[in-house]
Design a protein around this ligand. Structure first.
Ligand SMILES: *[C@@H]1O[C@H](CO)[C@@H](O)[C@H](O)[C@H]1NC(C)=O
Ligand SMILES: *[C@@H]1O[C@H](CO)[C@@H](O)[C@H](O)[C@H]1NC(C)=O
Ligand SMILES: *[C@@H]1O[C@H](CO)[C@@H](O)[C@H](O)[C@H]1NC(C)=O
Ligand SMILES: *[C@@H]1O[C@H](CO)[C@@H](O)[C@H](O)[C@H]1NC(C)=O
Ligand SMILES: *[C@@H]1O[C@H](CO)[C@@H](O)[C@H](O)[C@H]1NC(C)=O
Length: 369
């Protein structure tokens, strides 16, 4: 561990510490990864009521309050080591879903090393920054969970994307020309919120929204075992605001067929679970509004997603495309991919290579590589 404080020319970005580690890939190539803490300032209007189902997008000023804060965002930056190093101009910003962390994109244990999307992408020349959302993992966790809403984290992600395009994130790394975001589940909803709030001003050069479809509010099967994190695991989360929640059962995130994923995956999954703000469950209507976002978009769902693809919703892909397309009238391009066999957690079952190839293809397309 090499602690240091870096102040960049603009003063916009400070890296407070970094740890170098190496992920050695199956191919024998390697990828340099650094853990970073990036201070991100947000100045944003959020609903006074975290139960506002549209997360403030339909509110008038009297229903909103100003949040003017700087949060530390934890992230793992991975870049190809091989010379010439990958494509220096584009980076993927990877955004986890509810009760997950950055580790969704790279499970930190030997047995599941080949489920690392960051390693898969790095091996193909693509850099990535996988972050913990504010309130989660090693990022700042505001004392009051009501400060963490879709509006908050959407602003955090947009600010991060602007940093990546203007400031060297580490010494000797040029700012990136293109930032493509890949979200999973609530991470996709957060990116969607940002695309609605910012429209054409969005800093993202492409959005890949996985594990999240636009289905009418109230029709998504509710996640079992949701409770206050402090009641679920008092030793770890006993001091938290009760509006930080978690679940004691994430089996809905895997295909119903138990031969579709490793029998040890659920055990690993339980070890790595985290918390999320209650607003992430209460503001479910944020993705049911149209966006003026004008970049390219793709949505990727697992055919066996027990939530979003229940009741054969993803069987007729043309009909699914038509239902999704209407929310993105200005998108430069729009694509819907249904990954056959995959569950909600597309990265963590035996079918993951299919979605990984899809993500890389889309990133290369969106970045113009
Ligand atoms: C703001 O919206 C609330 C309900 O959403 C309504 O009661 C109130 O009258 C509105 N205020 C203004 C100034 O429009
Ligand atoms: C917002 O926060 C910034 C940085 O902490 C501070 O300089 C500024 O004065 C704040 N603005 C208001 C209106 O509080
Ligand atoms: C959290 O913040 C909100 C908005 O400022 C406030 O209404 C609420 O009382 C706070 N909750 C706690 C537990 O401090
Ligand atoms: C987890 O939830 C599923 C329903 O999604 C249920 O079938 C299963 O029995 C639950 N597992 C545990 C350990 O409670
Ligand atoms: C990882 O390897 C196992 C065992 O070879 C295989 O079943 C699984 O599909 C692989 N996962 C990925 C994402 O490639």
């Amino acid at each position: 561990m090499l602690p240091f404080l870096l102040r960049t020319g603009s003063g916009a970005l400070a890296v407070l510490f970094q740890i170098f580690l190496n992920i050695h890939l199956a191919s024998g190539q390697s990828c340099g990864c650094s853990s970073l803490i990036i201070p991100v300032h947000v100045d944003v209007l959020i609903p006074k009521d975290p139960a506002d189902s549209f997360g403030g997008l339909k509110s008038n000023a009297s229903d909103l309050r100003r949040l003017n804060e700087t949060y530390d965002v934890f992230g793992v930056l991975c870049r190809p080591n091989t010379a010439p190093p990958g494509n220096p101009d584009a980076i993927q910003l990877l955004v986890h879903g509810f009760t997950y962390t950055n580790q969704y994109w790279s499970p930190p244990i030997e047995e599941f090393r080949n489920y690392s999307y960051t390693a898969f992408a790095c091996d193909r020349g693509l850099s990535s920054l996988a972050i913990d959302l504010v309130g989660v993992g090693l990022s700042s966790r505001p004392t009051n969970a009501s400060d963490v809403q879709y509006a908050t984290n959407a602003a955090v992600l947009s600010q991060l994307a602007r940093h990546l395009k203007t400031v060297p994130i580490l010494p000797r790394i040029q700012p990136f020309k293109k930032v493509i975001a890949i979200g999973h589940s609530a991470g996709s909803a957060t990116l969607t919120y940002g695309a609605i709030a910012e429209g054409r001003q969005s800093p993202f050069d492409g959005l890949i929204l996985t594990g999240n479809l636009n289905i009418p509010p109230g029709t998504l099967p509710s996640l079992p075992g949701v409770m206050s994190a402090r009641d679920d695991t008092p030793l770890r989360w006993g001091g938290l605001d009760p509006d930080y929640i978690t679940t004691n059962n994430r089996s809905l995130f895997y295909p119903a067929n138990p031969t579709s994923f490793s029998p040890r995956m659920l055990t690993f999954d339980a070890f790595t679970k985290d918390v999320g703000p209650i607003s992430s469950q209460l503001q479910g209507s944020v993705t049911t509004l149209a966006s003026e976002y004008s970049g390219p978009i793709a949505k990727v769902a697992g055919s066996e997603d027990q939530g979003f693809c229940a009741a054969e919703k993803c069987v007729d892909v043309a009909a699914l495309y038509a239902r999704e397309r209407v929310f993105w009238p200005k998108a430069r391009s729009f694509e819907v991919v249904v990954a056959q066999g995959s569950g909600h957690d597309l990265n963590l079952d035996f079918f993951a290579k299919g979605p990984f190839n899809t993500f890389v293809r889309l990133v290369e397309q969106f970045a113009g590589l």
